[in-house]
Write a protein that binds this ligand. Structure first.
Ligand code: NAD
Length: 290
């Protein structure tokens, strides 16, 4: 298949490389990132999109996505598919899908979970929003780049699933870290704490699969000096998207709000930028109640 790929950064680069390895013909455009081997470099986004059956975008945010959409939608052939895999606000996802459909294109939002390792290994999870026809068309490509693709409903629902998942993830990481720091102060051994919680009702993905304490439980960024992994500022981005969506939908999300505020404080005032989102644990270790 002829594929246009726009945004070949930490995630998009390896995703495009996996499409090439599966035999697809990929033309890429990025403002800065180098093209992975086998990807033909285009000089503009429109050039990458022209003549492609599917155009995939993997961009930093909704504003950039909207700007790129203005450029590529008019360049794409009628009936082609615009698949956005970035994590963006639900409103931008729906606006871009409407724009594409009005121009006679198919559209799908398919944000991912699984991070850079999942992108490299082709084991991402995709959560997709769009028509059946769009989902069916993109599914074989999602199956190359990932191990699971869930069709969540109409346009924007992929982003809705993503931000709900990451709101749970952010809040759970915080409470897992504060529990480790509390256990320390109570004189409870971390390994004992892990052994109990990981097999009791407090278990979670953050405790069991991404243990934020070095040397305990699953190997994770904590074992690598809290180098990301999933950076704190990206978690903050997703929590802000969740709160923006909650406000627009008039949903009461006090835990999500608290998590967003704490990550904002951590990233913007406490040097958390550039650390993994599990670096909340060393943050709590240093603090008392005051
Ligand atoms: P990144 O910054 O590494 O890559 C984004 C790329 O987009 C960059 O190479 C940048 O040069 C390019 N770009 C920016 N504006 C552009 C434009 N106008 N035209 C063409 N290229 C442009 O970010 P990433 O980590 O690859 O993340 C991409 C998306 O995936 C984000 O929405 C992020 O939230 C989401 N995501 C990231 C992770 C992760 O672990 N990194 C996990 C899940 C989802």
């Amino acid at each position: 298949m002829k594929i246009g790929f726009i945004g070949l950064g930490n995630m998009g680069g390896p995703m495009a490389a996996n499409l090439v390895a599966a035999g697809h013909e990929v033309t890429g455009f990025d403002l800065a990132a180098p093209m992975p081997e086998g990807v033909t470099k285009a000089d503009t986004a429109a050039e990458a999109a022209k003549g492609a059956e599917v155009v995939i975008t993997m961009l930093p945010n909704g504003k950039i996505l909207r700007a790129v959409a203005d450029e590529i939608v008019p360049a794409m052939d009628k009936g082609a598919l615009f698949a956005d895999c970035s994590t963006v606000d639900v409103e931008s996802a729906r606006a871009v899908a409407d724009q594409a459909m009005e121009a006679g294109l198919l559209a799908i939002d398919a944000p991912v979970s699984g991070g850079i390792t999942g992108a490299a290994n082709g084991t991402l999870t995709f959560m997709a929003g769009g028509s059946e026809e769009a989902f069916d068309k993109v599914k074989p490509l999602l199956d190359i780049m990932g191990q699971k693709a869930v069709h969540c409903g109409p346009s924007g629902n992929g982003q809705a699933a993503k931000i709900c998942n990451n709101m749970i993830l952010g809040a759970t990481m915080i409470v897992t870290c504060e529990a480790f720091a509390l256990a320390d102060k109570l004189g409870l051994d971390r390994q004992a704490m892990f052994d109990v919680v990981s097999t009791s009702s407090g278990y979670s993905w953050t405790m069991n699969a991404y243990t934020p304490a070095p040397g305990i439980g699953a190997t994770s960024p904590a074992d690598n000096g809290y180098k990301p992994g999933f950076a704190s500022e990206l978690m903050l981005k997703d929590l802000r998207l969740a709160m923006q969506a909650a406000e627009a939908a008039d949903a009461d999300t006090p835990m999500g709000e608290a998590a967003m505020k704490l990550y904002a404080q951590f990233v913007e005032n406490e040097g958390g930028e550039g650390t993994d989102f599990s670096a909340m644990l060393p943050r709590f270790e240093k603090r008392g109640r005051g």
